[in-house]
Design a protein around this ligand. Structure first.
Ligand code: UD1
Ligand code: CA
Length: 479
């Protein structure tokens, strides 16, 4: 693709000119012992690769980003395709250097390339940009982002030369003698002048422990070719931590959740025990909302201000308006809750539930594809499925909408102000008119007109003295 043409067509204001970004994402992630590709494992509720793509997109436009995929390529492609990045296939995973060999053609039109790792998810756009600027400033062939984390084990190490120049990057297994004590690690994030990178890629060999083509060997090859290779130490070592094991996945998740909790607290949200809550990156919470310990907020959840979210509540992909009280133990998925509603303890809102303003949903009430109007109440032990419940309806304890006949689902409509007595079963499809009254324990199979009383149960029969007679008859038999 002729770069100049692309740049002429696409607005790239504020985006680094002449730079492409390649993201290494083809590896299997053997150390995770998973059937899923490593880069699709999540931290902070989002796949590793998506974190990296999102950071990259803030540095260059998506059409200058190339994700190098290989292991389970189709699954990886589908999971991140919505980001608009390009994909390059590395059909066999023969090392990080080989990955760039596969991308050579895609990168050739660009002057410079930033290489990111799909398994280093905390990297921030400003750090990527700083590396690019450092690279341009020093006019080297390669710049490596480095760090000094408390534990360097597992990482490649930086052999410094003079000033900011380095001599080589040595993988952990190849460290010899004094090198074992080097604390400065290779983050796996680099900037290259494309023509020098492409010239050296053909010199890589797989003469090492894993018989792979290591991108890290390019550093020494460039130095041998009298090119400058520079190192820039990251300000914050956290940012360049990689994920190779489940333990590292958990560690990074903790860091991301902490970052999110701090962000919410500084925006005016109270988290009583922030370290116990799991809040995904994209979740929004309004000011003066109080989040009790052990709450899980995930996906595209938006919570208004002045709410209280009770302990052990799990809320996913839902919208909660202002002033809502969610008592402990609620599970809410794909639902909307309007202002000042009260839920729980132990309410279960399944997808498609909409709870009206000031409505109450109480303990052990399950809703699915159901709307409760303003001020409606369903306080105890109910199943409300495929139902439309008007304003100020009172749904008595134990009411069940029988929405499924074994083949299809049917709707229940309860109009405004109706009163449903306890333990009613409403066999759908059925409509209860406005202001109607359903006697407790009724099985309702036919529509009820507005303001009517419907009794769908056997009349009570009382047999005086029956129980006493029975007892006496048994006693007589025994003696
Ligand atoms: C790599 C670096 C190491 C650095 C560390 C930082 C090499 C040889 N070593 O080691 O110096 O300290 O990252 O986290 O590069 N990948 C491919 N194709 C492949 C192999 C890997 O795309 O054929 C991708 C992986 O999916 C991963 C990234 O490259 O996203 C890094 O690969 P990985 O095997 O995790 O390298 P490390 O051993 O961590
Ligand atoms: Ca890694």
């Amino acid at each position: 693709m002729p770069r100049n043409l692309k740049q002429a067509v696409l607005p790239t204001a504020g985006k680094l000119e002449g730079f492409a970004i390649a993201i290494l994402a083809a590896g299997k992630g053997t150390r995770l012992k998973s059937k899923h590709p490593k880069v699709l494992h999540a931290v902070g509720g989002k796949p590793l690769l998506l974190h990296v793509i999102e950071a990259a997109r803030q540095v260059v436009p998506a059409d200058r980003i190339f994700a190098i995929i290989g292991h389970e390529a189709e699954g990886v492609r589908q999971a991140v395709a919505h980001s608009g990045v390009n994909f390059v296939l590395q059909p066999e995973q023969r090392g990080t250097g080989h990955a760039l060999v596969c991308a050579a053609q895609a990168l050739a039109p660009y002057a410079n390339v930033l290489v990111l790792s799909g398994d280093v998810p905390l990297i921030r756009p400003q750090t990527i940009r700083a590396l690019a600027e450092f690279h341009l400033q020093h006019r080297g062939a390669m710049a490596v982002l480095t760090a000094r984390p408390p534990d360097a084990s597992g990482y490649g190490r930086i052999v410094r030369r003079r000033g900011a120049e380095i001599a080589a990057i040595v993988e952990q297994k190849a460290l010899r003698g004094k090198q074992e004590r080097i604390a400065e690690i290779n983050s796996g994030i680099y900037a290259f002048r494309v023509k020098d990178l492409l010239a050296r890629l053909t010199d890589l060999t797989n003469d090492n422990f894993h018989h792979e083509y290591y991108l890290t060997d390019i550093a020494a090859l460039l130095v041998r070719a009298r090119q400058k290779v520079m190192a820039l130490e990251a300000e914050n070592a956290h940012e360049v931590l990689g994920v190779n094991t489940r333990a590292e996945l958990a560690q990074l998740d903790v860091l991301l959740r902490r970052r999110k909790a701090e962000e919410l607290m500084s925006a005016g949200v109270t988290l009583l025990r922030p370290e116990t809550c799991l809040i995904d990156d994209q979740v929004q919470v309004g000011a003066d909302t109080v989040i009790e310990p052990f709450v899980h907020l995930s996906g595209k959840t938006i919570i208004g201000s002045d709410c209280r979210i009770g302990s052990f509540s799990v809320i996913r992909d839902s919208e909660i308006a202002n002033g809502v009280e969610i008592r402990p133990g609620c599970v809410i998925t794909g639902s909307r809750v309007h202002q000042a509603a009260v839920l729980g303890p132990y309410s279960h809102l399944r997808p498609g539930s909409e709870i009206g303003e000031g409505a109450h949903v109480g303990n052990f009430v399950e809703t699915k594809k159901s709307r409760l109007g303003k001020g409606a109440k369903a306080n105890h032990l109910s199943y409300l499925g495929d139902s439309d419940i008007g304003a100020n309806v009172n749904v008595g304890a134990g009411t069940i909408t029988c929405n499924y006949d074994g083949i299809s689902k049917h709707p229940t409509i309860i109009e405004e102000g109706a009163f449903i007595g306890s333990d009613a079963t409403l066999v759908a499809p059925v409509r209860i008119g406005a202001g109607a009254y359903i006697a407790a324990g009724s099985c309702i199979t036919q529509d009820v007109p507005p303001d009517a009383l419907a009794l769908g149960r056997a009349y009570q029969t009382v047999k005086e003295g029956w129980a006493k007679k029975r007892r006496e008859a048994r006693a007589a038999k025994k003696s």
